[in-house]
Design a protein. Sequence first.
Lengths: 381, 133, 124
Amino acid sequence: MFSRFRVVRPEMRVLLMSGCTGEPIRKSVVGSEFAFIQKPLRPDLLCEGVREVLGMERETKQMVEELSRGAASASNGIPHGVGRKAQTPHLRPEEQAAMKEFWALYEPHTKVVDDELRRACEEMPEFAPILRAMTEEQMAEQNRRGRALQSGAILEGRWEAYLTDLRDQGKQYAGMGITFTAWFELISAFRSVLQRRVLATHENPRRAALASEGMNRFLDIAMAGIGEAYVEAKQEIILGQQQAIRELSTPVLQVRDRLLIIPLVGVLDTHRARQLTETALRAVREKRARCIVMDITGVPIVDSKVANHLLQTVSAARLMGATVIVTGLSAEVAQSLVALGIDLERLATVGDLQGGLEEAEKLLGYRVIQASDANRIAPSS
Amino acid sequence: MLPETCVAIERDTDIVTARQKGRELAAATGFSTTDQTLVATAISEMARNIVTHAERGEIVLVALDDSGRRGIMVVARDEGPGIADAELAMKDGYSTANSLGVGLPGARRLMDEFHLASTLGKGTTVTMKKWVR
Amino acid sequence: MPVPILKQGDVLIASIQAALSDKDLAQLRDDLADRVGRFRIRGLVLDLTALDVLDSFATRMIRSIVYTSKLRGAETVVVGIQPDVAFAMVQLGLALDGVATALDLEDGLAILRRGIEGGNAGAA
């Protein structure tokens, strides 16, 4: 089951939980890439396990790094998953039977389970405020609706509707700032209540065991769905921020007739570099610029790729009769670029923005003198 | 505008025709003006290669739609002498017949996907694709 | 299709109108070479505003024109390369090193004037 999971979702972290201590479980778990927790569960151990396995923070940081390094690939490679439809899980007949058995045992006890779960939620700091804000009717309606979707999935195979709803909920709560861990705690509480109230007390241990399997499979699917929603929500946020940064990041400022300044801030990847070149060239035409001072003080990484991007911008601008002066390139970075074989000669660089501006003004034939001095200096020809 | 256009390449004026048709198709597909120019330039280079090395050939332009993702495919084929060393031909700076040596590797930089198939004595087919961003 | 060539004193202005074929470009090069020699031209402005594609051949021709003109005593300024075209050229790896460029006809003429009056043209 999990190897199939892996094929469909290679990036999904898996935490195996089982009450079984038998050989078959041990054999398949030992030496695999999955983490394993023995049941009965302790909430704190479970959370720890989840945190470790998911490494949510690490994942997000990695994602941010990847996305900022390869924004180009983000726009035509990495599947956004935004708006992607929930996929129906592959279920073997025995799994489906187990889930149906779970539902059969659970159904008569829904009220009891609802009440207990609610009490558990009220003690969770993240969910408590939400509960407080809901009326009795709203809560009852939400429970009813949730159960209708669940039974639709388990009994009639209508997984898409259930999982899509779950994802929407996940995204909503992610947007509200509810952590993924809180969800895990919630599902864990649900599992715990079900175990205590429904399964442990059933007179037929064989049926209870089968129902337990079904319950776990079902809840694992639910968790996967919510997890995905969280990852997607984060990706959306990151992409949105990326876009915002991009928009902020290539301002073109006209400081004098025929002189523009472009202060660059942020990572200059291939995608942004293209945008930069296009923006700069359009500005040359529209503002009739003969000189552009491009300040890269705010560009954190200046490697050979970035240098080449800058060189391209410089060459292209030159074809339009404009000179580009690059400022903000530190001496150390310049040295390392030269060592890499980059021909910095064509990249006219001056220390800082002020120096660059002065250079530009000279190039354009401006002479800047202070008003108080102007009276004392004879007018130039 | 048909989704597929074929332009026979036999003389230098056909190069202009091919790139103009290429620009038209690119525009109809939804490419930005900048990308239209890139496509037209790539077509120009490939068409010129045909005229210079093979005397005659054709450029086929196809509009692409890959489940919503739109693009353009340019196939430049001829039955000329073929390229002896494809790897060498794809290196920047390698040049034959007075060119600046930018033809193949240059065109590859302009497009998203690039495939070269050539057999000595039989001919050459270059397939290029570009996708709307 | 012949390219219109204007004469303004000792400066020639060639405005390339439409997509020229290779033969037309080669013809232009010969025409310019001829006139530069005959009329003792000191400056030449090549206006490429209307060109939507500048490929390797066209670039080679332009270099050729610049070189030939220089041999006959005239400095050349290439003007009017559009943003898209400049971008494509750079991606393709084409360069016009050693060729003076300007944004448009007005700037191009100003550069030539300065150069002619100053003794030599401002090459990039």
